[in-house]
Ligand binder design. Structure first.
Ligand SMILES: Cc1ncc(COP(=O)(O)O)c(C=O)c1O
Length: 402
């Protein structure tokens, strides 16, 4: 066989296996209580309703649902999404929408059309791993800006932008997950959002708003979305049905200026021609029947309860220590635990697995592989009755490492 390493493209050589996927393989044993993966609660999947909708889609749309479709996505679903965007006071037309194979494809296509090797792309420290790997594949130079309890620190961002401008670096976009960020669960304040929009005008960059969790707010006030604050077309916004409906559908959508959508459409053609029309018709029908709203309401109830359970048992079982703290998110699926600096959560991971409890190491989400003393905990997936035992085990592992 030929020497593959010599023949792989530069892009392929840059690709790294997802740390999360590798860790998740270790957490698959049934005896492990896992707060690791980002899986939605299976009990929120609308299986009975889908049983009925699948057959009615086949009856009503038959061959259309099984045929190739337009790369942009089907108009019936786009029209539902135009209505959906009004919940955020966002007014768009079909030309602003591209339906994708969930938001991970949006991240890849946006990287494909914007990133040249060595382009600085600004990301939160920490931020969503799948975003980092998409940008990295296309050779981005990742520039990190600290995320604190109020989202990305915009003052630090401004300093970074000034530095990059001085060096005449061609930065293209800033990537943010403003609502219930993965991994920290934090939400960017309205003041920071407004300042980010102002900076995008002053320093000429696009904002990539990745928004899978926004609808899953179970308490507190909702700040306006980046998209709704934007009045000059600088925001590209990624959405997905993965966390509000079912990730197995692999369905999402991008909202952006028509010129960007046009370019993304061409990029998508060489990736997969079109998003499966069958799944689009099913979700269209699901939305038309008003079921998405209903599903979100009940999902929120489930997650609120689980988040409260997690906080309660973190309080009870994590050692009392002034360098141990955690976020208390108002929505979403995750929270972030900071441990004393001397703890390396990657080393501790093996011990946690021995104790049959799992988390994701903080460094997986850090563009500079720091955050080694942090862990991400997911509260959506584990069964309620396992939270106490799982967090007791985690507390024990941390105690041993102090
Ligand atoms: C911030 C963020 N963006 C994108 C994704 C990708 O989701 P999907 O491709 O299922 O829409 C995830 C998944 O967890 C995420 O947390």
């Amino acid at each position: 066989m030929i020497d593959l390493e010599k023949n792989y493209s530069i892009n392929a050589r840059r690709m790294k296996k997802s740390v999360i996927r590798e860790l998740l393989k270790l957490t698959a044993k049934p005896e492990i209580i896992s707060f690791a993966g980002g899986l939605p609660a299976p009990e929120t999947f609308p299986i009975d309703e889908l049983d009925d909708i699948c057959s009615s889609v086949l009856k009503e749309y038959g061959a259309r649902a099984l045929q190739y479709g337009p790369t942009e996505g089907i108009d019936l679903l786009k029209d539902q999404l135009i209505e959906w965007a009004k919940r955020d006071n966002v007014s768009i037309t079909r030309e602003n929408i591209l339906i994708t194979v969930a938001s991970q494809q949006g991240l890849d296509l946006i990287s494909k059309i914007f990133i040249d090797p060595s382009d600085p792309i600004i990301v939160g420290l920490p931020t969503y791993l799948g975003g980092l790997s998409a940008f990295n594949t296309y050779g981005a130079h990742l520039v990190g800006v600290k995320v604190d309890e109020n989202g990305m620190n915009i003052d630090k961002l401004e300093i970074k932008l000034k530095e990059l401008r001085k060096k005449e670096e061609h930065y293209k976009f800033v990537y943010v997950v403003p609502d219930f960020q993965n991994p920290t669960g934090t939400t960017m304040t309205i003041d920071r959002r407004k300042k980010l929009i102002e900076l995008s005008k002053e320093f000429d960059f696009l904002i990539l708003e990745d928004s899978p969790y926004r609808e899953l707010r179970f308490e507190g006030e909702e700040p306006e979305s980046m998209l709704s604050l934007d009045n000059i077309g600088n925001v590209m916004s990624l959405h997905t049905f993965s966390k509000i409906f079912a990730p197995g559908f692999r369905l999402g959508w991008v909202i952006a200026e028509p010129a960007i959508i046009d370019k993304l459409v061409v990029a998508k053609q060489s990736a997969d021609l079109c998003t499966p029309p069958f799944t689009q018709f099913i979700v269209y029908e699901y939305m038309k029947r008003g079921l998405l709203e209903k599903n979100i309401k009940s999902t929120i109830e489930v997650y609120k309860k689980k988040k409260n359970l997690m906080i309660k048992y973190l309080d009870k079982y994590l050692p009392k220590h002034d360098e141990i703290s955690w976020t208390n998110p108002e929505g979403g699926l995750f929270l972030w635990v900071k441990l004393p600096k001397k703890i390396d959560t990657e080393k501790m991971f093996e011990e946690a697995i021995k104790e049959n409890v799992a988390y994701i190491i903080g460094s997986a989400f850090d563009a500079y592989s720091k955050s080694r003393n942090c862990i991400r905990l997911n509260f959506s997936y584990a069964k309620e009755e396992l939270f106490e035992e799982g967090l007791k085990r985690l507390g024990k592992v941390i105690e041993k490492n102090l």
